[in-house]
Design a binder for this molecule. Sequence first.
Ligand code: ASP
Ligand code: MG
Length: 408
Amino acid sequence: MADPERMRNVARHVAKTKAEGHQLVIVVSAMGKATDNLLDLARQVSSVPSGREMDMLLTTGERISMSLLCMALQDLSVEAMSFTGSQVGIITDTVHGRAKILEIKGDRVREAVGEGKVAVVAGFQGISTAKEITTLGRGGSDTTAVALAAALKADVCEIYTDVPGVFTADPRTVPQARKLEHLEYDEMLEMAGAGSKVLALRSVEFARNHDVPMHVRSSFTWEPGTWITSEERKGATNMEEPIISGVVHDASDAKITVLGVPDQPGVSAALFEPLAAANVNVDMIVQNTSTAGTTDISFTLPKTDIAAAQPIVEKVSRQVGAKGVTHDTNIAKISLVGAGMKSSPGIAAKMFRVLADNKVNIEMISTSTIRISVVVAAPMLEKAVRSLHTAFGLDSGSDYSAPLPERK
Ligand code: ASP
Ligand code: MG
């Protein structure tokens, strides 16, 4: 809902869907860059804004959206009423900036819908057990929507966004990418964890835990998008369906290596405990086999966490008598995700063969039951993703041509 024109488009779509006989609760996010602009404003008046006041500020973005959307709906003769998170009774814990939803009362929303109105709810916010306004973390409107859908026992939670759904790869990197019709929760969770930005990870977790079917759709074309449901709802898998659902990449991580670490009990704990305490988000970890009593430990972390991590790692390195610390910000993580992997051996071998044939060196490897991730040098990213997409039978046969939003 970047501007008034888009807002009116949304209102028209809501009016049309209501006219089809549906009862609707709409969760709105802030307009365009509104949240970023508010964050900017805060930084201009304070170097350490308090969590409480920050949440008071940030929740205004969604308040603007909800009231404007109601006005636009009323203009189309649709009865609509807006509610803040606290009015809806979205009760959270007391952690400002990344609160967790504990409970949703929802009485006022049920009442409004019962009276035939469209309820419009401000996303990304709630009220804490200490009666303070809280926010749910960036992208939190997705989580509000899923949580509300669960609480109201809705048939579906539709997420309207700036892309037509979830793709087999990022079409800006792989023109042959195609839109997926259906994914299981676990696949979407792995994709979100591997770097897909379409949905906030927590919203998918919530949907899985409460079995809320999600439908990710475009707010530009309104065409059917990608369904995300349980395996049961997805139904019998088509024999022809590819084993791999997507190739996800993430160029936002860096790699830190501690060289010549003494190979003895307690060293990894000494390294990763202070990193965890500093909220550094460590992802892959690789420890080499030791030669002559020492080993190298490498791990990946968001580039934005390097400044916090570097001094900690250097200190620990000195304390345990390691030989030194290096870091590399020029890496990319590439992941294959697919529930079909569970019943299909040899996927990792094939992935490594494809990369080898394309002269892409693998620096790190990690796996889950339905994901294989590798770290490669950043300049290899495009070649690696495209060749894997082709090798695993995901190419659509024609280049994707619809306009796409800027990279986030
Ligand atoms: N407006 C909030 C943000 O930008 C929440 C959301 O967009 O979902 O993070
Ligand atoms: Mg958003």
